[in-house]
Structures are given as structure tokens and as C-alpha cells.
Design a protein around this ligand. Sequence first.
Ligand SMILES: *Cc1c(COP(=O)(O)O)cnc(C)c1O
Length: 396
Amino acid sequence: MASHFGNPEERLKPFLSLGFSSRAIHGGQHPDPVTGAVMPPIYQNSTYAQSEAGKPIGEFEYSRTHNPTRRVLEDALALLENGTFGLAMSSGMAATSLLISLFQPGDEIVCCDDVYGGTYRLFTKVLEAQGYKFRFVDLSDVGQIEQSITQNTKLVWLETPTNPLLKLIDIRKVAARAKAVGAKVVVDNTFMSPYFQKPLDLGADFVLHSLTKYINGHSDVVGGAIITRDKVAAERLYFLQNSIGAVLGPFDSWLVVRSIKTLPVRMKAHGESAQLLAEWLEKHPKVEKVIYPGLKSHPQHTLAREQMSGFGGMLSFYLKGGLAEAQAVLRKVKVFTLAESLGGVESLIEHPAIMTHASVPQHIREKNGIADSFLRVSVGLEDLADLKKDLDEAFS
Ligand SMILES: *Cc1c(COP(=O)(O)O)cnc(C)c1O
């Protein structure tokens, strides 16, 4: 079958010997055959000429189905995650919706309990009404993996580290259990990016990204992606993507391709600053507790070292005090921007209970530890001294 995605296995071959940084810079890219342009052009067009009815001049027919700029991005993403098939959509939530479309109403999906607020909203407010069955489980508790993933389970949905509590889930253990009962596993790898964690290598079937975050990294694109090695699932996903219409536009695809070139240096810097900031916060008299996988005090620090090659740029902390103290800090910060989202070059701070996780019911938030004194930080690439000074002043 002539498929919409051509032959990714062949296309990726020239890049397979490259390391991560080289893949980030060159993955899926060749000088433009017409002009020699070193950077992939933006093919900002919807349709492609045919020489005879049904015979396109080139490989492309219509840009919902496939677009050369999007294809470069999809190949680059597949290479970064050590996958074979990449698909890029208009948002992380579009990627989530598309992935769920592989399954049927009635299917049981086990999901980690501390999941991105928008994912929780889609699952409970949209998909449950269509008949999908979700079970929210604390998969960071190894005992619950065996207990909750059963013969009835069709898909396991997880984020690790979770958002915003930064609990870790053992991807290898979940994948082994899922395989034993015939379920698939998807890891939302948005927080770590493939620089720090490669779920397919650990046994996951699918990786999902909000490209909006670290992969694009400049807070100027909303996008999503799915990567897999499973050819049968990939064929179906491309069919669904074309049928449903969840695609990323050429200009946004180009921006993300451009951003990926600096992903390794950005992630390294995010990780270094976050580690130092977490250690500093842990000693600060106004701070009750810091959660960061790179801290020895993190209860799953050992697992973090095993399944990640670094600890990322996200950290959370509890202030001493309550809502008033938290609100005061958020009002006073100047270098940090009070905003939702994460993963950009600029540092952001937010209040999960009021902002990103407001769609999670209060009793569940409280049970999970998303308290009024709880703040989440996306550590950007500013001078660390400025970040410390900004928080120190906001705390006083
Ligand atoms: C932001 C985010 C999403 C949703 O992505 P959008 O691009 O905003 O649709 C999904 N998962 C995680 C972990 C996120 O941070």
C-alpha cells in the first residue's frame, strides 16, 4: 500500500549512526534539492500539482495528508526518541485525542492519578461520556502497577515525572506488566524531552509530546506529537490523523525544527540551573519542602538516576504558610513570569491549585498534595543569580 507517510524507515537510515545532538541538528534534513538551501524551507501551501489525474508530480497531494516541512519535523522527532514513525499535530491535546482514537469506547484505560490537568479534563469531561473507561491510579506506587493493570486494560497512560508533584513512574515495570496482559503503554514525555528520557527504549509503545513545552522551548508555538516504532499502529495513526485533521501547520513545523537544533544545549542548561535552584530553595528558611528528582531528598531519586539521564527543568515547592503567602510571592516576582505552561527559555512560576490544575476536583487535588502553599517553577535560562535574587526578594 502506498502510504501517506512514504517510507520513514528508509528516510531515517542516513541519520541512525548519529548521536543525539547531531540528530537534533541534522535529523530528517537534507539541503533543498532545488536551491541548495541549508535549512528546510517552509512549504506554506495546501495542494500539489498532478501530471495526470491521480498522479502527483512529487510525493505530495494535500497538506492535511502530508506536507514536506511537517515531514522533516516528524522524522526529526522520530530520530530523537529512537522511534521510527513521528506524527505532528496542532497541540499536545490533539495528540492525546488522536492517540485515544486508536481505542474504542468501552475500552479500559489506566491513567496515572497525577496527570496534566488538560488530559484529566479530556478524559473525564469528554471521553468518559463517549464510553471510554478511565481508572486513575497512583502508578508511582509499584504495588498498584500489578493490581490495576489487568486483562481488561487496553492502554496505560502515564507521565513521569508527574505534573506537578514530580512523582516518578517506573516505565520498565509498567511496560512489562502491560505486555503481560496485552495492553499498550503511552508515556507523555513532555517534562523530560527525549534529551533526558527515552520511553521507547524502556519498553513504552508510544511517546507523546506537547511540543509547546521544551521541544519548541521558546513559548511561541502550540503543537503536539506522537512517536512510535509500531508500524501497524503508525499506519492507523496516519490514517486517523488525515481523517480527523489534527495536523501542525508548515510554519509552526518549521519553527519547531529550528528550535530542536538547540534542544540538547537548552535541556542541559535547564537541568543544571534547576538542580542548583532546588538545592538553594531546600535550604531557604521560607520554604517548607522542595520536590525535584535531582535532590537526594526525592523519595525516588534512585529510580530517577536509573531511567533518566538528567532531572529536567521543573521543580515544585511548598512555602511556609498558605494561600496568602503564595499569592504574595506570585505578585512580587519580576524575573519569573506568573504564567501557565513550561519549558521555555524564560522562567515561569505558577499556582497549580488555582491555575493549571483547577480542572482537577478539590478533594483529589488535596489528596494528591496540591495545596494552597504549593508552587511550580519552570526554570529558564536566565542567570541563576537573578532567579535566586528574584525569589529571595519575593519571599521577604
Ligand atoms: C501542556 C501539556 C500537555 C498539553 O499540550 P498542549 O500543547 O497545551 O495541548 C500535555 N501534557 C503535558 C505534560 C503538558 O505539560
